[in-house]
Design a protein around this ligand. Structure first.
Ligand code: ATP
Ligand code: MG
Length: 552
């Protein structure tokens, strides 16, 4: 499939670099900040970086961009690793930007020695004022021209913990008139007396993103450092540091980040949803996190296919959630066994089927699978659970399900005809009475009767129970980020419906997490990780209705 597809712009670039001999080995990296769980946007970057080295050889590093001590946690490091592996990728080296603190500090000293960095005691406000505006050049700080010796001394005091947070910063001395504001003497080190998840209390100065990222790429000899479009303006600075430090010339390339409708995709915002209790955790099945999608029943294949289909763009865009749903539906259609579960039960009594009699019917598991998924045994008796919505007291036009006098097929079983029903004091139907046609058994039907409707059922005597959770979109608007006010104002108050007692066929008692099941006529479901043998819980991954149309 990828053979016939035209190359994306990054692949073109890499093919040129490899064929011109600029690089012998392609080296990419995936550089998450361990400040939250990975989301579907990260999956896009993972598939891109790892996918390129799978295609062209070479390797991909996993580098934790852990230069900010305050927000980072080991829990996040572990979850990020689990999610990458679950997606089907393996990194060559597990690395941490914090492992480079010594080298990065050395790079800063080197810049000072070259007269290209200075310690500035101006406050944050003063520095901001001195920056100027895009149309007016900045003004130099009074500390800009101190001697190398003085800068070395002050930088050492910063490092040795002699100064409180905010007392001063180390700034690169570049160009106060640059049209790129980031080049106007950016801060490269700040004082932060904070405990770091790996280096503990060894450091009280930490490098800024721009001073850490490119140099970390360079230390690892990353050939193609791929990031999202917000970093376009940072590229000039990225190149400047590498040039002045005379280190391996890694190059940065940018692509459009993935934006998806009806959700938000920033770890900071997702953390708010977790901390403020709007969801049950990072892996809540409504979350756009990889762990949430996994718990919801998404497969790695479906997520990789989604990333492949959206491709690599150079312009910002918004992808429809329905495309992601289309990908999982396609995947589960091929792999999920079909089973019967009744979510809103009423009783169907077969009055001419002997009470106490049982038989075992054989059901094909998946007509869409190459091997048909094998078969399973389904017990049948005179009392069944069926869906309330499959019976209508006064049938509408073109109603092919149950109604007084109407005939339907019970899936994998017999044709039945309704002759009576019972209601409770509130007028709700509680029981439907039918007769069955013995010669109409599925697979050996000699009845000659044609029916238009088929409904699913579960034998009451043999049914197991389960809790079933039905999910809807997390937000009510396409782009919660783009709306006025707080994004949380647009949360969907009905994003989950819990059915405490659904009836499921016995086969499902042995359900396993990670395998999808199609509840016939109800959608694709997967066993929740919180299930126990005594209490099964199923999450609806996606409905059956295909609202997405693939363009031809
Ligand atoms: P967030 O705001 O969600 O924390 P981030 O960009 O700060 O996102 P990082 O952990 O720094 O998160 O990202 C690691 C890598 O994943 C980066 O290379 C980043 O460009 C990429 N990435 C993050 N979000 C997306 C997205 N929505 N689409 C594509 N790539 C993304
Ligand atoms: Mg980030």
């Amino acid at each position: 499939m990828s053979e016939e597809k035209s190359l994306n712009f990054i692949e073109e670039l890499i093919e040129n670099d490899l064929s011109s001999g600029k690089y012998k080995t392609l080296v990419t990296r995936f550089p998450p900040e361990p400040n939250g769980y990975l989301h579907i946007g990260h999956a896009k970057a993972i598939c891109l970086n790892f996918g390129l080295t799978q295609k062209y050889g070479g390797y991909t590093n996993l580098r934790f961009d852990d230069t900010n001590p305050v927000t980072e946690k080991t829990e996040y490091v572990n979850s990020q690793q689990e999610d990458i592996q679950w997606l089907g990728f393996q990194w060559k080296n597990e690395l941490y930007a914090s492992d480079y603190f010594d080298q990065l500090h050395g790079f800063a000293v080197k810049l000072i020695e070259k007269g290209l960095a200075y310690v500035d005691h101006s406050t944050a406000e003063e520095i901001a004022m001195q920056k100027g505006t895009p149309t007016e050049p900045g003004t130099p700080s009074t500390y800009r021209d101190r001697s190398v010796a003085e800068n070395i001394d002050w930088f050492a005091r910063m490092k040795n913990g002699e100064l409180p947070d905010g007392a001063c910063t180390l700034r690169a001395k570049i160009d106060l008139a640059s049209s790129n504001m980031l080049m106007r003497d950016p801060i490269i080190y700040r004082i932060k007396h904070a405990h770091h998840h790996r280096t503990g209390d060894a450091w009280c100065i930490y490098p800024m993103y721009d001073f850490a990222h490119g140099q970390s790429d360079s230390i690892e000899h990353i050939t193609h450092s791929i990031c999202t479009l917000e970093y376009v303006a940072h590229r000039e600075l990225y190149d400047w540091f590498i040039e002045k430090l005379e280190i391996f010339p890694s190059k940065q390339y940018e692509f459009a980040r993935l934006n998806l409708t009806y959700t938000v995709m920033s770890k900071r915002k997702l953390l708010q949803l977790v901390n403020e209790g709007f969801v049950s955790g990072w892996d809540d099945p409504r979350m756009p996190t990889i762990s949430g999608l996994r718990r919801r029943g998404y497969t790695p294949e479906s997520i990789r296919e989604f990333c492949e289909r959206i491709g690599i763009a150079k312009r910002e865009n918004l992808i429809e959630l329905s495309l992601l749903e289309f990908c999982i539906r396609e995947d589960l259609n091929k792999r999920a066994n079909r089973v019967m579960a009744v979510l809103d039960p009423i009783k169907l009594v077969i009055t001419n089927y002997p009470e106490g009699q049982e038989e075992i019917l054989i059901g094909e598991n998946n007509p869409e699978a190459d091997d048909k998924g094998g078969t399973r045994e389904i017990p049948f008796s005179n009392e069944l659970w069926i869906e309330r919505e499959d019976f209508m007291e006064e049938p509408a036009k073109k109603w092919f399900r149950l109604a007084p006098g109407a005939t339907v097929r019970l899936k994998h079983a017999y044709i039945v005809q309704c002759h009576d029903f019972k209601k409770d004091e509130n007028g709700n139907v509680t029981e439907v009475h039918c007769t069955y046609i013995p010669e109409s058994k599925s697979g050996s039907d000699t009845s000659g009767i044609h029916v238009k409707g088929t409904i699913h059922w579960v034998s009451t005597k043999h049914a197991h129970t389960a809790e079933v959770r039905l999910y809807d979109r997390l937000f009510t608007v396409e782009s919660p980020d783009a709306e006025e006010g707080d994004f949380k104002d647009y949360l969907n108050p009905n994003s989950v419906e819990v059915i405490k007692t659904a009836y499921i066929e016995p086969y499902l008692a042995n359900a396993t997490t990670g395998l999808g099941y199609q509840f016939i006529r109800k959608g694709y479901f997967s066993l929740d990780k919180d299930s126990t043998p005594g209490k099964l819980i199923f999450n609806r991954t996606v409905g059956l209705k295909d609202s997405f149309k693939v363009k031809a």
